[in-house]
Ligand binder design. Structure first.
Ligand code: SGN
Ligand code: CA
Length: 525
């Protein structure tokens, strides 16, 4: 005979147990994910990566994430350009699989699976704020407020969730942070959150916040060894680039060639410096901007007009101005990171939140004489990835695994306890974060499909811990670099007989990866 009281009590306890179990799945004890993302932030300007600017331009708040967590020292993108990197992060797939292969193509196909949609459906409260740059309206987010296209530094416009646009007075990095904090304040606390806080900075035109004008005037900016690269001993396509500080950097320095209608040399006036931002400023902002740049430009012109500046000095002058402004925009990003970390501390969220600092690709800070990105060379191929997750990631760790932006989506899914769809091309980083011994990849695939701006040719390649092979279909060239002996990538050894077997192995590996990732045929010459 059934003991009725025992049966009921058993039913009740099962019910309570399942309630507890389901609440552990849906409620706030699954970790939150705070993804802080910037645009064009090179690891060489993040102190915890230990680059040449570490002492000159410290990033104390980003470094706090690093000290309390991990710096992934071998982190890379799959396609070094903005929209494609973002599409890869959302989908866990290389560009040819998610369809967003170039900035200049059609918009991101929102009908496809994304990690934001999966997290939202899996019980996370989701938001994206700031730079989006995927052309089509965000999906999978309970809240979004994003810049149209590239967005602006000064008094930027944000697209509102109802599709209307609204301009806000202030500086983009600060406003993006304010909006992220407001959303955190108003979020549904019954759910864990996934917040993508995505800055415009330090993207061109590198316009600093007014409070940071002059922040780096008193420090000596070290010059990269390759500022005057001659592009020899590598693909002939390098010399055709249009991203040199020397020949293509186009603000307020070329007083000699810009003459007014009377044939007089124009002052490189502050109103021509970073013009798109200047025209957006209010009177107060302009007067502070002019007060800073005006005398500097006058001084420059005086020197330039007197013939005291030779070619190399002019390049150096431009390099230093570029760097001072770039680093100043980074300073505001770092402050934003500090505000968000403080928010987590103040609200008891630090322990149960995975915090990531990353940026859509790297950037040239004068290396090879360049600004911008796109090439598979180290400075733009590398992507910062710094992560803190108390109790899971060992403080101060520096994993050397080769990781890529295809890995972010599966990482978020594993952390959320959600299934990783089989078509995802990346791998969860959780075992690496937890320092578990797992077999890991030994090579990465790279593709760059953009045509046009900055004249970087389409190219494709493979990188291992030691070597890099790049194929340029347009010129039918292969370049091979031994990063151990030539970390600055100044001489391709593809035709050195001593590297014949390495070259053959890497070509095999390139083809194997192309098969594995189901890559489309290479462009024809
Ligand atoms: C703009 C910039 C380029 C930059 C692209 C892509 N020119 O077009 O220098 O490479 O964005 O950047 S600017 O004169 O408008 O500054 S990305 O980060 O969005 O891919
Ligand atoms: Ca970018």
């Amino acid at each position: 005979m059934i003991d009725f009281r025992r049966f009921i009590s058993c039913l009740v306890s099962t019910f309570i147990l399942s309630l507890i179990a389901s609440s552990t799945l849906v409620a706030a004890d699954r970790p939150n994910i705070l993804f802080i993302f910037s645009d064009d932030h090179a690891i060489n300007s993040i102190s915890s990566y230990g680059g040449p600017l570490a002492d000159v331009a410290p990033t104390p708040n980003i470094d706090r994430i690093a000290k309390q967590g991990a710096v992934f020292v071998n982190s890379f993108c799959g396609n070094s350009i903005c929209g494609p990197s973002r599409a890869t992060i959302l989908t866990g797939k290389h560009s040819h699989k998610n369809g967003f292969m170039r900035n200049t193509g059609k918009g991101f196909d929102q009908s496809q699976w994304t990690v934001a949609k999966a997290l939202q459906a899996g019980g996370y409260h989701t938001a994206v704020i700031g730079k989006w740059h995927l052309k089509t309206t965000p999906q999978g987010f309970d809240h979004w407020e994003v810049f149209p296209g590239q967005g602006s530094y000064y008094n930027p416009v944000f697209i509102q969730p109802d599709g209307s646009t609204k301009q806000f007075e202030g500086y983009a990095t600060d406003l993006t942070t304010d909006k992220a904090v407001d959303w955190l304040d108003q979020r549904d606390t019954a759910k864990p959150f996934f917040l993508m806080c995505q800055h415009k900075a330090p993207h061109r035109t590198f316009a600093p916040a007014l409070r940071h004008l002059g922040a780096f005037d008193d420090v000596e900016i070290p010059e990269p060894d390759t500022l005057f690269d001659n592009y020899e001993n590598r693909s002939k396509t390098l010399a055709g680039n249009e991203m040199e500080i020397d020949r293509h950097f186009d603000w307020a320095y070329d007083a000699k060639v810009r003459k007014d209608e009377r044939g007089e040399v124009q002052l490189p006036a502050p109103d021509r410096y970073g013009t798109p931002e200047y025209s957006r400023m209010n009177e107060q902002q302009r007067s502070e901007w002019n007060a800073y740049f005006g005398p500097k430009n006058q001084e420059f012109l005086k020197q330039f007009a007197s013939g005291q500046m030779d070619h190399d000095q002019l390049v150096r002058w431009k390099y230093r101005r570029y760097m001072r402004n770039y680093l100043s925009t980074v300073k505001a990003v770092d402050e934003s990171v500090g505000r968000l970390l403080k928010y987590l501390d103040d609200h008891g969220l630090a322990e149960n939140t995975l915090v990531i600092y990353s940026s859509d690709q790297g950037f040239y800070l004068g290396e090879h004489g360049w600004y911008d990105k796109r090439w598979m060379f180290e400075e733009s191929f590398r992507m910062p990835f710094i992560a803190r997750w108390p109790g899971k990631i060992a403080a101060g760790s520096r994993p050397e695994h080769l990781i890529q932006n295809i890995d972010y989506a599966p990482t978020f899914l594993e952390i959320a306890g959600l299934e990783i769809p089989s078509e995802i091309q990346g791998r969860s980083l959780v075992p690496v974060m937890e320092q578990r011994e797992v077999p890991w990849r030994s090579s990465l695939y790279y593709s760059y499909y953009e045509l046009g701006e900055h004249a970087v040719p389409q190219h494709f390649g493979v990188r291992t811990q030691r070597h890099k092979l790049i194929h340029f279909p347009i010129s039918n060239e292969w370049n091979l670099f031994d990063l151990q002996v030539d970390p600055q990538e100044l001489k391709s050894v593809h035709d050195d007989p001593g590297y014949a077997s390495t070259l053959a192995d890497l070509k095999d590996e390139f083809n194997r990866l192309r098969d594995q990732y189901d890559a489309p045929p290479l462009p024809k010459r």
